[in-house]
Write a protein that binds this ligand. Sequence first.
Ligand SMILES: *[C@@H]1O[C@H](CO)[C@@H](O)[C@H](O)[C@H]1NC(C)=O
Length: 119
Amino acid sequence: MSTINYVPVLLLLPLLFGLCNASFVTIHILNILSDDVLLFCTSQPGINAHLHPQNPFYWSFPAETSENCFTDWHELRAPFSAYDSHYDQGHPNIYWMVKQDGLYHSWDNKSFVKKVGWN
Ligand SMILES: *[C@@H]1O[C@H](CO)[C@@H](O)[C@H](O)[C@H]1NC(C)=O
């Protein structure tokens, strides 16, 4: 019985947990309008969804790349960077709120800042 065999495993475990924690973020979008908006995201595997009012939508995304999306509301469009690998770096959750005057961004699901209007 030797302890040698355990050494690689002991070294590997924190590394694997570290990678798992670091490699994905969750993007949350809440539509608080009174009707649906459409969401399209261009990064693989791609998102194409109807966001129903008050029905939170979320997905996980690799932290090292950026996720670019746009929302369509009737004839209006709002392009936005749902996850920016530099700007949002270190935040495991990104929150977006879809409102009458545009899209709002938050890291804590509490304080939201307007990032883009409809055009
Ligand atoms: C974010 O806040 C909204 C509104 O308070 C709530 O409905 C939602 O569950 C929250 N999302 C998460 C992931 O905590």
